[in-house]
Design a protein around this ligand. Structure first.
Ligand SMILES: Nc1nc2c(c(=O)[nH]1)N[C@H]1C(S)=C(S)[C@@H](COP(=O)(O)O)O[C@H]1N2
Ligand SMILES: [Mo]
Length: 379
């Protein structure tokens, strides 16, 4: 397994590592909300195996399965034979906010991510649709597109990481074979030289270090599609569950999170400032973010901040796949710590559920309960 010391670029000194092999970590939640485009050294990392060191000159991506002309593409083919497209997109792991589910009940063998398994990048690459068309996609038989990586996972057979998306998502304009993040070649930990980017889906489908793309009539058999990243009912356990009947995760549900509470002085002029992120996948947009000081008896609307203009200019998708930052001001009240609650609504009128107790599942996936954070004492 690659030694952590060789991974470039290095992560920020404040990065929290849940594991070093495989390499898993993210920023302090307060630092997830500093810049709209996550600085690369604060971008969360989720790996199920080693971090392959691939040689760009020798790199080949094979496109096969239900295509008329299976092909092996070099990095140069991907960069020059297809129009480059740039999409701003948030990536979120299905395990984001798992720590709150662990407080409800044990989640065996999974990392206790806070609200830090989420980051935002501006990705450039070839459209998967263009690449599939050039290989002669068999549109009558194709139903799913499978991505397989170059890594060796921690699973028994060291099989590579993989997964699939429905053909409609594979052909959507936002789905990329990305070779650049924020205008630079992909960093090694984030999938150099090429990764899938599937905006609006759980991060697991954005397969890094892409090796093969298989066009199929069925979803991928890869373990991370067929068995993991599925939502189980509350009574399923690690020892007793049925993966086949569990829901394969896809579009990300509406979510929001408090990253920081800054207290004003009691009785002073400075308000209490509450800041965080909100995100929804599936092509819906965040419509409203609300905070409450009394566990949801009363709600105050937060201000949704606009996407920065440079990101708006770069993004060909009009911000549809990006998180939103929000901010709210409350009167500076007493000294005592206060608990703030946040929830978001999306444009399909979905709203976050109130309690993590109602969402617990033994893998600890997809927690989007109202988020609660207790402030420090005012001083
Ligand atoms: N080949 C490969 N791709 C992968 C993974 C992996 O372990 N191997 N992890 C997936 C998961 S679970 C997530 S959440 C995202 C994380 O992307 P990042 O590490 O660039 O943040 O990559 C996905 N792609
Ligand atoms: Mo993930």
């Amino acid at each position: 397994m690659a030694s952590v010391a060789t991974i470039q670029p290095a992560k920020h000194p404040s990065f929290i590592y849940y594991e070093k092999e495989p390499f898993n970590g993210g920023p302090l939640p307060s630092m997830a909300r500093t810049e709209f485009i996550t600085p690369t050294d604060l971008f969360y990392v989720r790996c199920h195996g080693n971090i392959p060191a691939l040689d760009a000159a020798k790199y080949r991506l094979s496109i096969k399965g239900l295509v008329a002309r299976p092909v092996e593409l070099t990095l140069e083919n991907l960069r020059s034979d297809f129009t480059p497209h740039t999409v701003a997109a948030t990536l979120q792991c299905a395990g984001n906010r798992r720590d709150e589910l662990i407080q409800v009940k044990e989640v065996p063998g999974e990392s206790p991510w806070t609200g830090n398994a989420i980051s935002h990048g501006v990705w450039t690459g070839a459209r998967l649709a263009d690449v599939l068309a050039s290989a002669g996609l068999d549109a009558s038989a194709a139903k799913f597109v499978e991505f397989i990586g170059h890594d060796k996972t921690e699973k028994k057979d060291h099989s590579p990481f993989g997964g699939s998306v429905p053909l409609s998502k594979a052909l959507a304009p936002e789905t990329l074979l990305a070779y650049a993040l924020d205008g630079q070649p992909l960093p090694q930990v984030h999938g150099f030289p090429v990764r899938a980017i599937v905006p609006g889906y759980l991060g697991a489908r954005s397969v890094k270090w892409l090796h093969e793309i298989n066009v199929r009539a069925e979803p991928s058999d890869n373990l991370f599609q067929a068995e993991e990243y599925r939502l189980h009912p509350a009574d399923a356990t690690k020892a007793h569950h049925d993966a086949a009947s569990a829901l394969p995760l896809g579009e990300v549900p509406v979510n929001s999170y408090i990253c920081r509470i800054q207290r004003g002085h009691p009785g002073g002029a400075a308000p209490m400032v509450v800041e965080g992120w909100a995100y929804v996948g599936g092509g819906n947009e965040i419509h409203r973010v609300e905070i409450s000081e009394d566990e949801g008896e009363h709600w105050t609307q937060a201000e949704l901040l606009p996407m920065p203009s440079d990101v708006q200019t770069a993004d060909e998708e009009g911000g549809r796949w990006s998180w939103r930052f929000w901010r709210a001001e409350l009167p500076a009240a007493e000294m005592a710590p206060v608990q703030i609650v946040v929830r978001a609504w999306d444009t399909a009128t979905n709203v976050q559920p109130s309690r993590p107790e109602d969402l617990w599942n033994f893998k600890g996936y997809a927690n989007n309960a109202w988020h609660r954070l207790v402030s420090a004492r005012a001083s």
